[in-house]
Design a protein around this ligand. Structure first.
Ligand code: MG
Ligand code: MG
Length: 252
């Protein structure tokens, strides 16, 4: 099923997404060696609530944090804890959602902690570039496979792999709605794109193999081979004037 939003719903989506983007920009300022992932999570929750919104992830499926914070070989769904401390050379992925008057934004970034390896920077930049390659295809009359194909081509041509077990998704009144938005696929295939659809495009890119597994905490997804992983996500509206990046506030 394809869910399209009317103009009133899109107005609320834009507010939720702006809060989401501003939250990530704020979290970016807090990323430094020595802080715990729990510290970041607490600050993120307070920031979202101060804007009159609610952290979409808190309690979602029983998730205990307001943000998913994943480091290095952790791909997504890292649980914030006091014990997990950022170290120079890490790449930290922060994934947040804000729910405002019933509508959700969803966005993620990968931030370097202090100085990181050239390879880690290249992975982060490629992941970001693959998002934009995909977003360009989020146009009326296109198909979901156009997006996935563009993301995948960008990633594989850089020598990396896309995670296949987790995918992007529609986003709106529900944090995860139809359709699925895979980071792989065939151009010209899949669900057709209509104006008023809002989707989270979110490449998860591994420096090594594409396979992942879930840790014993039943949440944290890590690369099977221990290789680095990066993530870049925005909520995008499909409009008659082209894709509109709703969570981008010009930070990173
Ligand atoms: Mg997300
Ligand atoms: Mg998402």
């Amino acid at each position: 099923m394809v869910i399209v939003k009317n103009s009133d719903q899109l107005k609320l989506m834009k507010i939720a997404c702006r809060i989401t983007g501003e939250t990530l920009a704020y979290a970016h300022e807090l990323v430094r060696e020595g802080v715990s992932t729990k510290f970041l999570d607490t600050k993120i929750r307070a920031f979202i609530e101060k804007q009159g919104a609610r952290p979409s992830f808190l309690g979602y499926g029983g998730f205990p944090g307001s943000a998913c914070i994943s480091i290095n070989d952790e791909v997504i769904h890292g649980i914030p804890t006091e014990k997990r401390i950022l170290r120079e050379g890490d790449i930290v992925k922060i994934d947040v959602g804000a729910c405002y008057r019933g509508y959700n934004g969803d966005s993620a970034r990968s931030f370097p902690v202090g100085r990181v390896s050239d390879e880690a920077l290249r992975l982060i930049e490629t992941t970001k570039a693959s998002f934009f390659a995909g977003m360009e295809k989020a146009v009326v009359g296109g198909r979901i496979g156009d997006i996935g194909s563009a993301v995948e081509n960008c990633v594989t041509s850089a020598g990396y792999t896309v995670v296949r077990q987790y995918v992007g998704h529609g986003v709106g009144a529900e944090l995860h709605e139809d359709p699925e938005v895979p980071n792989f696929g065939t151009a010209g295939r899949g669900v057709r794109l209509y104006p008023g659809m809002t989707i989270a495009i979110e490449p998860m890119v591994n420096a090594g193999g594409h396979t992942v597994r879930v840790l014993d905490n039943d949440w944290t997804v890590v690369t099977t081979d221990g290789s680095l992983s990066a993530h870049y996500e925005n909520t995008v509206a499909i409009t008659a004037n082209g894709p509109e990046n709703l969570t981008d506030v010009g930070d990173s």
